[in-house]
Design a protein around this ligand. Sequence first.
Ligand code: FPP
Length: 240
Amino acid sequence: MAEEIKAGAVPAHVAIIMDGNGRWAKKKGMPRTFGHKQGCKVVEQTVEDAARLGIRYLTVYAFSTENWKRSEEEVGALMQLFRYYMVRLLQVAVKNNVRVRMIGDRRRFPADIIAGIDRLEQETKDATGMTFVIAVNYGGRDEIRRAAIRYGEDIRAGKAQAGESLTEQDFSAYLDTAGMPDPDLLIRTSGELRLSNFLLWQCAYSEIVITDVLWPDFNKEELLKAIDIYNHRNRRYGGV
Ligand code: FPP
């Protein structure tokens, strides 16, 4: 499979909706948080795999603006995992020359997590390899809403012009993903056929690959399979 990928193109930007942690744990008769823990390990491994494959951007959906609705226990456990894995991810990033960037509204997180996010970004900012983007307290609609607010602020400050002259490219610069290419390939694990408010603007022309594999069982082989499917798609961007 790896040889086939070399023959085809490695997508520049792969985005992943990591779904199925809860179901994976339930199947094993374990609490949901056990699934999240295994999910974090898989994130770590996937960062290494993607960086080695030559993917330029890897974006994962770690926590949505809607995930706060989960039980206090589950949200608390996810916060604890973020605390622990932010430190580990820093090591993985440094080892693999990976730059880390967070998208989403981090202001809602506890102060120590915000500080951890800032540190991850700061200490990896000069890396020249893959960019690993973690979406936390992220919602596509919320991102577009915040971008519109920023655009309005720029108009009031005389830094932007109001009206028809605003291009799609101009507006993209107000999104959290400013400066990043749109995802070429969007992978969703655990079989659900939804976007779940992920990268709504950016996925306009992304190729979507859904796998039934639950996120804690995702691995390099699954990543290569998704890339292979992507390589056999005919991207037309609305043309013929
Ligand atoms: C979806 O499974 C998973 C989440 C909502 C959380 C994903 C988070 C991680 C894997 C941790 C990422 C950590 C870092 C540090 C980037 P689900 O709980 O919705 O599963 P279910 O659909 O089976 O219930």
